[in-house]
Design a protein around this ligand. Structure first.
Ligand code: SAM
Length: 275
């Protein structure tokens, strides 16, 4: 497909820079520029926005974000082989793309944002993406430094992010996301859209922070959800034993015979506020 931005097709970029996909870095590249634009559009209007992109790889999504008008993109990529390809994009959009070589899991994103409201967009290996999402959800202060998160995951992880009580996918992620964000799954992407194709379907999830989430200490909420979903088939009086069991549930006015997946976010917060 001819690129609208005048830059070479991604397949050529990958061949020229020898960017054979590395499994260890979860490299499944999205080469269809219609799809990269669709992912970028999920973040809402990017006109004049500052975007942090994690894992730009050869830059397909980066190009879409810039073409849609972002005034500044700060991109963190772990694979140094991708830097020359990203430099070409930077040269094409002078002063608008800053590339940082590094591990996103060791990056201080709030400092990178420099006080600007930022939209975060990423197509990452799912384990890195899930860990980053949890980190972005757990700061001591709220609202957070980010305006929105637009993230690609394997579909099963997306289902866990948006899940509510009484859903098989509901767990720690669903509680955390439901507590502090409005999250929705935007659309699926089939394996064959990627090079090389992964084994499973991917999905794009968009999250925006809730202005005033229920008051709750994130560390305590983590403690309760870890205990409750650590033994999700057991009744709460059993799974919550290490943190207070029946007595704690009585104070929270929650039936001790219930199981973790039946509790609403409000009920989890109620328990957390009592430990
Ligand atoms: N954004 C590109 C796209 O959509 O085609 C590449 C996506 S590929 C699934 C994931 C990218 O994340 C790769 O470029 C990989 O090198 C990078 N990556 C993997 N782990 C990372 C980490 N811990 N920190 C930063 N980048 C990472």
């Amino acid at each position: 497909m001819a690129a609208l931005d005048g830059l070479p097709p991604l397949r050529d970029v990958i061949a020229r820079h020898g960017l054979d996909a590395k499994k260890a870095l979860g490299q499944n590249f999205l080469l269809d520029l219609n799809l990269t634009q669709k992912v970028a559009r999920t973040a809402g209007s990017l006109e004049g926005a500052t975007v942090i992109e994690v894992g730009p790889g050869p830059g397909g999504l980066t190009r879409a974000i810039l073409a849609l008008g972002a005034k500044k993109v700060i991109a963190i990529e772990r694979d140094a082989r991708c830097l020359p390809a990203l430099q070409e994009i930077s040269d094409h959009y002078p002063g608008r793309l800053e590339v940082i070589e590094g591990d996103a899991l060791k990056t201080d994103f709030e400092t990178l944002a420099r006080g600007d409201p930022v939209k975060i967009i990423a197509n990452l290996p799912y384990n890195v993406g899930t860990q980053l999402l949890v980190n972005w959800l757990l700061p001591g202060h709220w609202p957070p430094f980010w305006q929105s998160l637009t993230l690609m995951f394997q579909k099963e992880v997306g289902q866990r992010i948006v899940a509510q009580e009484d859903d098989n996918h509901y767990g720690r992620l669903g509680v955390l996301c439901g507590w502090r964000t409005n999250a929705h799954m935007a659309f699926d992407i089939p394996p064959q859209a990627f090079t090389p194709p992964p084994k499973v379907t991917s999905t794009v999830v968009h999250l925006e922070p809730i202005g005033k989430p229920l008051p709750c200490d994130p560390d305590k909420l983590e403690k309760v959800t870890l205990a409750a979903f650590g033994q999700r088939r057991k009744m709460l009086r059993q799974s919550l034993k290490p943190i207070g069991g029946e007595a704690l549930l009585a104070r929270a006015e929650i039936d001790p015979q219930r199981r973790a997946e039946t509790l609403s976010v409000e009920e989890f917060c109620r328990i957390a506020n009592l430990i």
